[in-house]
Design a protein around this ligand. Structure first.
Ligand code: GLU
Length: 420
């Protein structure tokens, strides 16, 4: 089932409108950016362990394919819906363009609470997703990856199913795979390393050092825990972390090594080392940097006035709502936007895909050096436009990305520029 869908998310639309006005985008250019190229919705039946059948709504959005095959993760979450996947696919388009990799934006999802499934049910659902969407994906077409509640193990099942269907090896169809079946060294923590690099670049440009800078991180999953580890190693002071069960705060700094070591199976409050706080309280701490690294819309009009951090590093996708984004900008809070801050994941996904296509694999240092180059370049380009346009980092990042997408559409002859 394919259908056309509506315009992108509120926060994206607002940015687009502001940029359209300032940069004189034409109606056609806005239309190209405002709607996805393809939205696929398949309701997937799964036979559960008890013999009953459950039907899971599943989606894949291929938002814009001007710059290369579409790329983006698959999330398993009870709140997944068409609108959300559409918005996230739009963000992936911008992200890929901003870091200047030859890929476009896509996203997928299944409306499911994976915690309610047995391991067998989860594997059947993962394989069924690929069976249903196989005609639409491929190493030169659309390349999924992990996202919220999916991981290398799920990617391994998905790759195996795809290769069974097509009858040949195709490691480049999916990224974020286990190392043994074509994964890239460094991919597991690349989103976090990318975010740490962006924060470091910002600190440098603002004439500040990272040492002793206080940081609070909301979300202690793959992204949040690796970010805490890396920033701790770089001399930042991690004073608060949280997961879905709540957080801990210690103004002298948490024992990050212990938290990372004992994270498997225990929540952060059980591990301890600080005063117990809620997820909401964590965001409102008087720290230098607050990092929403879990879900969308956590900084919104209800709590925006209580945000005391000077820097917000968006490691989740879309953690700040439109109203809050405007307010923070006015207040002078620096928001390092998702499409810049968390793009390290898709950069190393791209590097994984390149290694798959060449069947030649690099050492961890080489992957990380390349990641550093991509991130440094993306930050420099964003900073340059921000200095010229005098807006937020988000607006500057959108401008850089949009320009590249529209230029690709123009070079394809889809957008025809009138001669001046
Ligand atoms: N899910 C990640 C993101 O939102 C990674 C996507 C990818 O590697 O394709 O950026």
């Amino acid at each position: 089932m394919q259908e056309k869908s509506e315009v992108v998310c509120e926060v994206c639309k607002l940015q687009l409108d502001k940029i359209a006005e300032a940069r004189h985008l034409t109606e056609l250019e806005l239309k190209v950016l405002n709607q996805p190229k393809r939205v696929i919705n398949i309701n997937i039946p799964i036979i559960m362990d008890d013999g009953s059948t459950r039907i899971f709504p599943a989606y894949r959005v291929q938002y814009n394919d001007a710059r290369g095959p579409t790329k983006g993760g698959i999330r398993f979450h009870p709140k997944v819906n068409k609108k959300e996947i559409n918005e996230l696919a739009f963000l992936m388009s911008l992200k890929c363009a901003l870091v200047d990799i030859p890929l476009s934006g896509g996203k997928g999802g299944v409306q499911v609470n994976p915690r309610e499934l047995s391991e067998g049910e989860l594997q059947r659902l993962s394989r069924a997703y690929i069976r249903e969407f196989a005609p639409f994906i491929g190493p030169d077409r659309d390349i999924p990856a992990p996202d919220v509640n999916t991981n290398p193990k799920v990617m391994g099942w998905m790759l195996d199913e795809y290769e069974k269907i097509t009858g040949k090896k195709a490691p480049g169809v999916i990224t974020g795979k286990p190392l043994t079946i074509g994964g890239s060294r460094g991919r597991l923590y690349s989103t976090s390393l990318g975010g740490a690099i962006i924060l470091g670049e910002y600190m440098k440009s603002a004439g500040k050092g990272g040492k002793g800078t206080t940081v609070a991180i909301q979300g202690f999953g793959n992204v949040g825990s690796h970010l805490a580890r890396i920033l701790d190693e770089w001399g930042y002071k991690i004073v608060a972390v949280s997961d879905s069960k709540g957080g801990i705060y210690n103004k002298s700094g948490l024992d990050v090594k212990k938290l990372v070591k004992e994270n498997d199976g225990k929540n952060v409050q059980e591990i301890g080392g600080g005063e117990k706080i809620s997820n909401e309280e964590l965001l409102e701490l008087g720290v230098d940097v607050v990092v929403p690294a879990a879900i969308e819309n956590v900084i919104n009009i209800k709590n925006m006035k209580n945000i005391r951090a000077k820097i917000v590093l968006e490691m989740a996708n879309g953690p700040v709502t439109t109203g809050a984004d405007d307010y923070l900008e006015e207040k002078g809070v620096v928001v390092l936007p998702d499409i810049l801050a968390n793009s390290g994941g898709v950069v190393v996904s791209y590097l994984e895909w390149v290694q798959n296509q060449c069947n030649y694999y690099w050492k961890e240092d080489e992957v990380n050096r390349k990641l550093e180059e991509y991130m440094g370049h993306a930050f420099a380009e964003t900073e340059k436009v921000r200095a010229e346009a005098k807006g937020s980092y988000r607006r500057a990042a959108y401008i850089v990305a949009i320009k590249r997408i529209l230029k690709a559409e123009e070079d394809r002859g889809i957008i025809v520029k009138k001669k001046a």
